[in-house]
Design a binder for this molecule. Structure first.
Ligand code: SAM
Length: 202
């Protein structure tokens, strides 16, 4: 299992197939949660957002265009390169990029009003790193900060993530199925969205 995970990391960092995937994904529209996300962030008085596993940046760019100060973190230089070109072409000034691990986010404690993380937590399964990533997101948020986490999970995995969020100290504000994704042969995964808040005292 550990070897498989390492191979996946290597694939995401280096392979030409991933370059193509990252480029295609960067061209897709921001997630459906987009417009809803903006109202949520505005209700919380959010000014700065960290986008964990930002990839080619479709969500980071969307948030930056809405006026938030965005920090995109990704461990793939390839993905960050795609986003860098888009930032340059669009003359976008309010996105900052960090090359780094989502499970050791290179920022100080309590820096961000909000965190977004789309389709990254599902890539951390089979090791403690998903738990570490959730704890890291918590650490990077200011007290009362809000996290919007979306990924593809089985029912069992949804329950595990729920527990990991609670164990990290998060209060779950919303927790719901966005879409069922068929994997064929009767198998499916849930596109699940968790909205969680760090407590005021933390
Ligand atoms: C499926 S893509 C999603 C990209 C983007 N969030 C989106 O929705 O378009 C997953 C991204 O997470 C990054 N990633 C996966 N595991 C990571 C980790 N442990 N630390 C930092 N980045 C990670 C990958 O390099 C990739 O860019």
């Amino acid at each position: 299992m550990a070897l498989k995970v390492l191979e996946k990391d290597k694939f995401m960092r280096e392979s030409s197939e991933w370059v193509k995937y990252a480029k295609d994904q960067a061209e897709r529209p921001p997630r459906k949660t987009g417009a809803e996300l903006i109202s949520l962030l505005k209700e919380h008085g959010v000014r700065n957002v960290i986008d964990i596993g930002c990839g080619g940046g479709r969500n980071s760019i969307f948030l930056a265009k809405e006026g938030f100060d965005v920090t995109g973190v990704d461990f793939s230089e390839v993905s960050l390169g795609i986003l860098k070109n888009k930032i340059k072409a669009g003359k976008i000034e309010n996105i900052h990029l960090l090359l780094g691990e989502g499970n050791k986010i290179p920022v100080k404690d309590r820096t961000f009003d909000a965190a977004t993380c789309h389709f990254v937590l599902d890539l951390q399964f089979g090791r403690d790193e998903q738990k570490t990533m959730i704890n890291e997101i918590y650490r990077a948020l200011k007290p009362n900060g809000v996290a919007v986490l979306e990924s593809l999970f089985t029912d069992k995995e949804v329950e595990e993530v729920r527990n990991r969020l609670k164990n990290a100290g998060f209060i779950l504000l919303d927790d719901r199925l966005s879409k069922i994704i068929s994997l064929g042969e009767g198998r499916s995964k849930n596109d699940w969205v968790f909205i969680a808040e760090k407590s005021k005292q933390a």
